[in-house]
Design a protein around this ligand. Structure first.
Ligand code: PBG
Length: 353
């Protein structure tokens, strides 16, 4: 990169004399922080945080079919992939050096019911994708979402009794869902449902099944957010969701509560934590890192992705710069890694150097 300022006109040039007069110190400053920003080499030398490909987890949407890809209208550049296409993308991700992907299914509407039974089917879309991906690309980490929303006819993450999401019966269902995912090859199970006590219950069941190796990545601080809108389009729950998720997902106004959620999830055996959404909750991420010194992942959610894409498509912001800036900000706030739909684009960009 070239410096755009600081080049002097030749000696004898009146512009040079003016410039040098302008450079004479008039303020008596002992510290001039701008000195460390004067050129690209200096900025590189003092840079505090860097984003690398090792920091990326790529969320991937699945759909039935073969050699089938479907655009997600609300997420330009994102597609739902049939299992064979997901395998091909997992191969691409691995070759780009992306450490892990996360799977999210679009469930055929006839398979959705009030209890989310398809979540317990060991041959469901996610399990088939897990087996195929782990067979073809064993070196990539695969994370699965533990929650009922892709499978319920009402779009909630848990079981309904009247208008209420019932906690403990939901936890039973989540435990069975996590077990079949582990059985199908999930390296990490990521409960995103926000029920109380689910981390401990899942850990206990995994251990009893001899799966002490499976990591639990807890969506410890997941907020009831408007920024999930495009994701719900991608997995087809927008159309069916009854009401909202505010009795289980957190109030955006709170952050002490996030620390309590994290403490509980760690006591129950979480290996890593997720804060979600990402950018509007950087303060929560920083507080969690400061208080717990455990691996924390930020989730740059669908709405954050789509806002950048939409503004860039209008020519209002520079897509690539906004993408890279948004991601290094997660690192600065304390994230160890970021779930982002930009993952392959970022990996390509980092490869270019
Ligand atoms: C649901 C789930 C959601 C997301 C991941 N898992 C949405 C929700 O809680 O309604 C959102 C991810 C995104 O917006 O990118 N278990």
């Amino acid at each position: 990169m070239h410096d755009t300022v600081g080049r002097f006109p030749p000696k004898g040039d009146p512009a040079r004399e003016n410039a040098s007069r302008a450079r004479t110190a008039t303020l008596d400053l002992t510290e001039r922080p701008r000195r460390n920003r004067k050129s690209e080499w200096a900025r590189r030398l003092v840079r505090e945080n860097v984003l690398t490909t090792n920091d990326l987890v790529w969320p991937v949407f699945l759909i039935e079919g073969e050699r089938h890809r479907e655009k997600v209208a609300a997420m330009p550049g994102v597609e739902r992939l049939s299992v064979d296409e997901a395998v091909a993308e997992a191969e691409r991700a691995a070759s780009l050096g992306i450490p892990a992907i996360a799977l999210f299914p679009f469930t055929d509407p006839p398979l959705r019911d009030a209890r989310g039974s398809e979540a317990q089917n060991p041959d469901n879309l996610v399990c088939r994708a897990l087996r195929a991906i782990k067979r073809a690309v064993p070196e990539i980490g695969v994370m699965t979402d533990v929650a009922l929303d892709p499978y319920t006819s009402h779009g909630h993450d848990g079981l309904l009794d009247g208008a209420e999401i019932v906690n403990d019966a939901t936890v039973d269902a989540l435990v069975r869902q996590a077990l079949i995912q582990a059985e199908a090859g999930a390296d990490m199970v990521a409960p995103s449902d926000m029920m109380d006590g689910r981390i401990g219950a899942i850990r206990k069941a995994l251990d009893a099944a001899g799966r002490t190796d499976v990591q639990i990545v807890a969506y410890a601080a997941k907020y009831a957010s408007a920024f999930y809108g495009p994701f719900r389009d991608a997995i087809g729950t927008n159309a069916v969701l009854v009401g909202d998720k505010r009795t289980y997902q957190m109030d955006p106004a709170n952050s002490d509560e996030a620390l309590r959620e994290v403490a509980l999830d760690l006591e129950e055996g979480a290996d890593m934590l997720i804060v979600k959404p990402g950018m509007p909750y950087l303060d929560v991420l920083a507080r969690i890192k400061d208080n717990f010194q455990r691996p924390v992942l930020a989730y740059q959610v669908s709405g954050e992705y789509s806002m950048i894409e939409a503004a860039a498509a209008n020519g209002w912001i520079d897509r690539e710069r906004a993408m890279m800036e948004s991601l290094v900000c997660f690192k600065r706030a304390g994230a160890d890694a970021v779930l982002t739909y930009f993952a392959p684009a970022v990996a390509e960009r980092l490869k270019k150097g």
